[in-house]
Design a protein around this ligand. Structure first.
Ligand code: ADP
Ligand code: MG
Length: 246
């Protein structure tokens, strides 16, 4: 279970997230939608502490951290949260000078200090899961965007995080390549992977998310079952926004 209570994030005078409270049960898939600049990326980055919230409490499994404007997190607290999350970015962000399999092994070796052979075995299994075992020794630059993103998903899953965070995982891809990535994420969802994803891809969101959260101006303005939010949103502004995605 992941729970955010009153998470606030300010950049100087600019409040980018205000009092965001959400809970996501284990095994659930949550889609974050909303206009550009609404705070989706910042919220995901706060969950894995790429950004430090200005206030509120974040709980992931047994790990819980309370933030304040002045308080600094200890390295141990940051590590504790970060190890429970895996992140997938819009533009893949693979290490360009590592092969596909080395990308997946990297964190296991450098952060978790796994022996190389154990890391390799785990990476092979994950590459198989995302349909990329045949490209284990390929360089990222030689792969399509859909293939790179599938490797990025394998890399994010390598340390067995409790939650997979995806920031517009299909936005940089042509439709047929996006479909490969949607298939992988749908498979993970069926297997019970807990996911939170920011997306403008209605097909992705409606196919795999149970819950949709609409973030607008840094606030949760609507939340509900995916079908309900997409087909019968409560707010006029949400309806207009969803219409732009169709
Ligand atoms: P979304 O992903 O929904 O498009 P973002 O989370 O990227 O929204 O951005 C929300 C707001 O936060 C925007 O106004 C953006 O300019 C601001 N913002 C994001 N990151 C930073 C940063 N590092 N410094 C200052 N402002 C930021
Ligand atoms: Mg964003």
């Amino acid at each position: 279970m992941i729970a955010l209570s009153n998470i606030t994030k300010r950049f100087g005078d600019n409040t980018v997230l205000s009092d965001v409270s959400l809970s996501m049960p284990e095994g659930s898939v949550t889609a974050l939608i909303g206009p550009s600049g609404g705070g989706k990326s910042t919220l995901l980055r706060c969950i894995n502490l790429l950004e430090t919230p200005s206030g509120g409490t974040l709980r992931i499994g047994e790990a819980s951290v309370t933030f304040s404007e002045r308080g600094r997190l200890s390295r141990a607290e940051t590590q504790m949260i970060r190890q429970q999350t895996g992140m997938v970015f819009q533009n893949f962000q693979l290490f360009p000078h590592r092969t596909a399999i080395e990308n997946v092994m990297e964190g296991l070796i450098t952060v978790l200090r796994w022996p190389r052979e154990k890391a390799r075995a785990r990476a092979v299994a994950l590459l198989e899961k995302v349909g990329m075992a045949h490209k284990a020794d390929a360089w990222p630059a030689t792969l399509s965007g859909g293939q790179q993103q599938r490797i990025a998903i394998a890399r994010a899953l390598a340390p067995s995080p409790r939650v997979l965070l995806c920031d517009e995982p299909t936005s940089a891809l042509d439709p047929e390549l996006a479909a490969e990535v949607v298939d992988v994420l749908a498979q993970l969802a069926r297997e019970g992977t807990t996911m939170v994803m920011a997306t403008h891809d209605l097909r992705l969101a409606s196919q795999i998310a149970q819950t949709v959260i609409v973030l607008d101006g840094g606030q949760v303005v609507e939340t509900g079952p995916a079908r309900q939010v997409f087909d019968a949103p409560e707010r006029e502004r949400t309806a207009r926004f969803i219409a732009t995605l169709k």
